[in-house]
Design a protein around this ligand. Sequence first.
Ligand SMILES: CCCCCCC/C=C/C(=O)SCCNC(=O)CCNC(=O)[C@H](O)C(C)(C)COP(=O)(O)OP(=O)(O)OC[C@H]1O[C@@H](n2cnc3c(N)ncnc32)[C@H](O)[C@@H]1OP(=O)(O)O
Length: 727
Amino acid sequence: MATFRHICDSVAVITLSNPPVNALSSALIQALQKALGEAIRDSAVEAIVICGDKGKFCAGADIREFNKPSQKRGPHLLLLTDLIESNKKPVVAAIEGVALGGGLELALGCHYRVAHVQARVGLPEVLLGILPAASGTQRLPRLIGIAAALTLITTGKYVPAREALKLGIVDKVVGENTVDEAIRLAKKVIGQPLGSRQLSTLPVQCPPNVEALLAEAMVKVKKQFRGAQSPQACIEAVRAAVHLPYTEGIKKEQELYQFLNATHEPRAQQYAFFAEREVAKWTLPSGASWKTVSPQPIHTAAVIGLGTMGSGIVISLAKAQIPVIALEKDKKQLNIGSKAVISLLDRETLKMKQLGHTEATNSLGPVRFTLDYGELRDVDIVIEAVFENMILKKEIFRHLSGICKPEAFLCTNTSGLDIDEIASVTDRPQMIVGTHFYAPAHIMKLLEVVHGRYTSSISISTAMQLAKNLGKIGVLVGNCPLFVGNRLMVLYLQQAIFLVEEGNKLEEIDQTLENFGLAMGPFQMMDLAGLDTLWGCHVEHGLARPEQSSGISTHHHSSKRYSQLLGILCEKSRFGQKSGQGWYKYEKPGGRKAMSDPWLHNFLSEYHGVNNFKTQKITQEKIIEWCLYVIINEGFKVLEDGMASGPEDIDVIYNSGYGWPKHTGGPMYYASLVGLPVVLTKLEKYYEANPDIPGLKPSSLLKNLAALGNPPLKEWRALLGSWSSKL
Ligand SMILES: CCCCCCC/C=C/C(=O)SCCNC(=O)CCNC(=O)[C@H](O)C(C)(C)COP(=O)(O)OP(=O)(O)OC[C@H]1O[C@@H](n2cnc3c(N)ncnc32)[C@H](O)[C@@H]1OP(=O)(O)O
């Protein structure tokens, strides 16, 4: 585990070694404690350097051990940081790769920190539902001040070395030989007083308005992480650093850690952490996976269509340093599209500069604009991103077949169209993949990789690798209408619209779901996505009828309930944010700030009168059940149909693509938190009262699992052999 060797007789170098990221397992902490003890006792050693094996300092406490009973965990990291700090020999941390969470706390216990220029440091515990409970909330504010510490601790942000230097987290940044530099520094400071380097002994430098600062931070996290407790606990712990001496502050930190640990949040967030990594390791029923099928290298790419999605995809590729050819259909569109891309590229370059990247280390890949399909002849991959129209897409793919080299992968960015139908017009159906990006494509982390009937495992492997290279989480899904994310989403949005038809206020519905933790309520989300887009999607997928009804609702068809409200609003040119009015009104077309619209409320009252809808106002608790349980139910149906490999895939899609609150793990994990029998009983009740809403009809998979009690999500698959992936 930790290794210890002498250098130049006077500096002991202790190397943390626990592949792949040197996480602080109990065994590693124990080994480190032993190595430190030896170095401290050894009279030949005058200074100590701590570094990490294989270019990574340490990714923090071993998250896999968090559920181990505490008595089996061995020595606490906190005690180790105190031991390091209080010993008489100077200790220098040589930070390469990452120093995160407990890894940074360990480094803060050291007297000096030297970092490699490409290293990143941070305290991401908040993202795991806990707080930096090995003295991070007490030492960091003493080192960098309250404001900066609050930002780091409440966001979990990873800070690049140069920024860390500016903040004062590290003492020196080097381009190479970090350990050698740390050794040099250690030798230099032998014999110097360590008092000013012992962070626990330093006063916290507080600005006069510190309480206002803390209160402001509290307001911010309550809004940003609605319903989550760990960000608030982080602020409380920093408040303790302000008001209490170090040892008392540590007591408060431990108390808050114990409090958080007793909630469901750490388990949910840690599940979400591992789920993300699990889904990236795709496996097909054939057994194909990373291990057996190598991805093809992508050296060059082309993007067709430079609207919002296409422009974002171009930027994503450029950020991954993949040269891109960006194609539009005519001069006018090319002009508009290229301006949009160039402006986004400029913004990205500026961001990189602000992060301290030099041109040499982090340039964007070149982008070339063209109208000529012939230029796509030699690219390795094409991503088509024109608007959702099957005829147009087929025409493009037919054309691409005749132009692109035979080894080129052809991807379609569609949010729900049939991949097989597109593949059917090409000369290479096995190389057609659905790549469903989320807007804005250069920012959103999710990429649904859609496996069509003919898609080969090499194409899947290549698309999943591309997701990684773009810094995204690729989730493999089946080719069902609307794929996985949107298939669940349209039902949820429809439920919300039904509530409005029953006389509930849309603002209250949005607020309730935002309080639950969703990034945005359903009506704000619809306004953002565009009501016309959603209306088209509802019609295409049988959730509404195509005829425009000029205010008259055709409420049922084939005994299924419909709402024509979206269509009616579109008829009135209320398309959402882009037109300045939708469910809400906005200060201008394209405006972001949603305001309640008296016109809409009058219109809805009239609409109720004309259509004679029954009025049924419901409580906040029921709004949550009514809207969210259809997501869960449809999630089970997706699993039943074999369109996702497991519940983790659905949770990752929702956490990273739809603003689901991670502190509940994702919709499927949340179902297990509520209890599957409870979810089932509620769905049965709602379905009995609303047999015209098929989304409420409980899935048989849910019924079968609930019949077994509330088995943990990890056991679902093993318990029900009948359910298998059809990807
Ligand atoms: C027991 C009570 C202790 C109380 C002390 C409380 C105070 C301290 C708390 C903590 O330190 S919590 C942990 C904080 N650290 C993090 O959140 C870091 C999380 N990791 C990452 O951000 C990334 O993994 C990375 C380190 C930046 C590396 O990213 P990369 O993309 O290169 O690889 P990944 O696929 O993400 O990870 C590789 C591999 O490593 C596993 N892993 C990563 N971090 C940890 C960890 N802290 N503990 C255990 N395992 C970790 C990850 O799951 C991958 O595993 P495999 O999927 O390959 O098996």
